[in-house]
Write a protein that binds this ligand. Structure first.
Ligand SMILES: CC(C)(COP(=O)(O)OP(=O)(O)OC[C@H]1O[C@@H](n2cnc3c(N)ncnc32)[C@H](O)[C@@H]1OP(=O)(O)O)[C@@H](O)C(=O)NCCC(=O)NCCS
Length: 164
């Protein structure tokens, strides 16, 4: 496999939505209700990303990881209401998890997250939390509940960098 990273384009957004949908369904299958995970199927998440990108393109950064013509991961980051940069999304295709793609995406994102950044993660997303902690992030004590479908879902905030 030859992984390349590049800036996301309009033509990637349907694929980004599809990957996001499949990644969420896989990562959250034991954490969220099946009905919650149904949201965004049938191309709707791709439409959601297309709409979001229309407005946020000037201020946000979409990066995709490809293997030939195949989209296998992406990151999305930009300014946050917390007045720092936020890593809004990092997803790797479930078929390629654990092969170093996430690490490449994170290494690419970190310079754009300086000097300080946050992200939100589900407490039960143990694999992602371990990945973040290896990359120098730490839980900073902030929490929030967010409505996903009909479900109220708790999130915890991670900050970067971890200062000694
Ligand atoms: C979290 C996520 C982005 C990490 O990406 P990833 O591609 O699995 O990450 P990597 O492969 O780089 O690293 C994962 C593990 O593989 C190891 N690894 C890194 N490079 C590797 C390589 N070249 N070959 C084999 N293994 C490697 C890492 O050491 C790491 O080990 P660990 O699990 O013991 O910490 C990915 O798992 C994912 O998309 N999860 C689902 C979506 C999600 O939860 N996103 C976050 C929402 S908040």
């Amino acid at each position: 496999m030859t992984v390349q990273l590049r800036a996301g384009r309009n033509s990637d957004l349907a694929g980004v939505g599809d990957l996001h949908f499949r990644s969420r369904a896989d990562a959250y299958r034991d954490i969220l209700r099946p009905s919650t995970l149904e949201f965004g199927g049938d191309g709707r998440l791709g439409e959601w990303w297309t709409e979001r990108w229309k407005w946020e393109q000037p201020t946000h950064r979409l990066t995709v990881a490809t293997n030939g013509d195949e989209l296998i991961g992406f990151t999305y980051l930009g300014p946050s209401p917390d007045d720092v940069t936020e890593l809004y999304a990092i997803h790797v295709d479930p078929a390629h998890i654990g092969t170093g793609v996430g690490r490449l995406l994170m290494a690419d994102a970190l310079p754009h997250l300086a000097p300080r950044a946050v992200l939100w993660v589900l407490p039960g997303n143990v694999r992602a939390r371990r990945f973040y902690e290896r990359a120098g992030w730490h839980p900073d004590g902030e929490t929030r509940a967010e409505k996903m479908g009909d479900e109220n879902v708790d999130h915890i905030r991670y900050s970067w960098p971890t200062t000694p």
